[in-house]
Write a protein that binds this ligand. Sequence first.
Ligand code: SF4
Ligand code: SF4
Length: 439
Amino acid sequence: MGKAMKAFRGGIAAPHNKHTENCATEAMGVPARIIIPMVQHIGAPCAPLVQKGDRVTVGQKIGDNDAFISSPIHASASGTVADVRPILYAGGVEVVSVEIETDGAQETCPDIRPPATDRESLIKAIRESGIVGLGGAGFPTAVKLSPPADKKIDILVLNGAECEPYITSDYREMMENPGGIIEGARIIMELAKIPRALIGIEANKPEAIRLLTDTVKDDPAIDVVTLRTRYPQGGEKQLIYATTGRRVPAGGLPSDIGVLVQNTTTASFIAGFVKTGMPLIKKKVTVDGSAMATPKNVEVLIGTPLKDVFEFCGGFREEPVKIIMGGPMMGVAQFSLDNTVIKQTNALLALGAREVALKPEIVCIKCGRCVSACPMGLLPLYLNACMERGLFERMADDYHVSDCIECGCCSYVCPSARRLVQSIRYGKAELRKLAAKKK
Ligand code: SF4
Ligand code: SF4
């Protein structure tokens, strides 16, 4: 067993609902159509490099942007570009997307070859691979591998917490490819010159802890750390504190305290990429929820429409009340099954009536439960009150809204069903608008 470390304050003991933990990953075939949005990362959107009628092959780059914080996008199937057009996605954002009519041949792009492994070439190649943080945030990995010269990183933390209910895709990666994760960790350590790595895994995954501990038993530079099972243990700041005892200062970055965080699945992708040179074109996705006929873990080509993934899992056994991409705490509700799997998709949930309780919102009774649950030490009830009065600047100046990680713990515990995290998101959006106006 890995050694146990500190726990963060606050959080919630949400039901795990990890029904698919023993479902080995099944590879899904090639759908008839693939639709690939040009934004699947934090940073500048990509511009399409193909047009209607072009033939594309697997792994071919079809979108890019020269900006430092961006990540190229690749075709996950061979076929013909049927269209390049803006599509409305969840969140109300239109994103230019490349639609590919697949030919089923899965012809590989002739440019695909293993990258050169000297430091400079490999960091460039990792950027070209399109890899981003696969834990959900989608921050370009290559940017993290090149921290500013004045930041000395001495610990790599691999995030294997997977603290959101239902999701088991990282767990399956840990069970099915532990060697790849450790190999990836060693590559990252060498590239970013980091002497030590800690792999944080929640205690509710004893088999993964055992397997990875066994895989690193002869390597004194890498340790597995058993984390308390408590949401949001996988939040970057919570994970860093639990594994290293270090605190990221408010408004600061992990690199300010010498830490680099990567997801376990990001690490194993890098190990595979070094061997094959194949960019990021597929994802392991947990498909679950009480409306699903057969919950599974599925390996899906990026750009696969959600309806094809649900059909692969036997379709719905009841009409879903809500479809979520991601987990129930931080995922994004989907309005169309034509939307597609993207790089950050780690779960698709089709929730039935018994899982979606929409209680009416009533007045705040000042019980303080949201304050106790907030892992960032914020005052969600006051953030909510400011939002309702349109006092957006007070949300930032007096109540530090930018520290909110949108984990949803406050909403989860509120006996008055106040839509706390929703109002915080709304307030943040209004603050962004105000900042843009000031510019
Ligand atoms: S948990 Fe809900 S009712 Fe209690 S203080 Fe917070 S907002 Fe008010
Ligand atoms: S205020 Fe933000 S960080 Fe705190 S519990 Fe609510 S959503 Fe999470």
